[in-house]
Design a protein around this ligand. Structure first.
Ligand code: ADP
Ligand code: MG
Ligand code: MG
Length: 209
């Protein structure tokens, strides 16, 4: 079916946590180059708590994702905690508790999550942050949902756009967060937050296959 259930959302979050754990060292290494080397540790610690709580989390889509967001806010450190946490809280608020969401509604939810990230961190396009992954991925998912692609293709479109967005951060000069202290020296490196945000869309494709 092309509907998104709480079970699928739970798989998505679980897959993201698993990917964060696999990429822990790599995310820390990316953050070592332009930050303080803790991005993988911050996310992995928090999503370990999130994953452990999934079996007992609320089993309605909006409630589940809001719960995930609150757990992220309280258990992920650094800049990433409030930003990823807000993303999930706003996503959860926007999707509501329809037990089987359509892709269009999910795309609107992701857009609300992105708006929450912007409200929290004031990132603009090209600032070398997770925004540069989330914004193109949300646009791609929205367009694919409008075109009535099947769910796997909707998520695949999101992953392609997210990957391109991640790679686009290499040439950017950081204007937000710790990396901005480096000025020109931030150019030539992948942004760690953009890299982890891309894993959200890898996880989404894994959750439907
Ligand atoms: P910290 O910098 O506090 O150690 P992390 O290392 O966990 O936090 O996260 C760093 C990532 O957070 C960056 O790579 C960037 O993508 C993201 N980030 C930082 N500030 C902002 C912001 N204002 N808006 C969006 N994303 C941001
Ligand atoms: Mg850091
Ligand atoms: Mg830190």
């Amino acid at each position: 079916s092309d509907r998104i259930t709480a079970e699928l959302l739970s798989r998505w979050v679980h897959e993201f946590g698993a990917l964060v754990s696999v990429h822990h060292d790599r995310l820390n290494a990316l953050d070592a180059a332009i930050g303080d080397a803790d991005h993988g540790t911050n996310l992995d610690r928090g999503f370990t708590v999130v994953a452990a709580g999934l079996p007992t989390a609320p089993q309605r889509p909006g409630d589940l994702i809001r719960h995930v967001g609150r757990t992220v806010v309280s258990n992920v450190g650094g800049a990433a905690g409030p930003l990823f946490g807000t993303f999930f809280v706003c996503l959860g608020d926007a999707i509501g508790n329809d037990p089987a969401l359509d892709t269009r509604r999910f795309a609107l939810g992701l857009r609300a999550g992105l708006a929450g990230v912007v409200a929290r961190g004031r990132a603009e396009p090209g600032d070398k942050t997770l925004y540069d992954v989330l914004a193109p991925a949300v646009d791609a998912i929205d367009a694919a949902a409008l075109a009535q692609y099947d769910l796997p293709d909707v998520f695949h479109a999101g992953l392609l756009a997210a990957s391109a967005g991640r790679d686009s951060t290499i040439d950017m000069l950081a204007r937000k967060g710790r990396a901005s202290y480096l000025g020109e020296r931030s150019v030539g490196h992948l942004d760690p937050g953009a890299t982890s945000a891309c894993l959200l869309f890898t996880a989404a494709t894994l959750s439907v296959t």
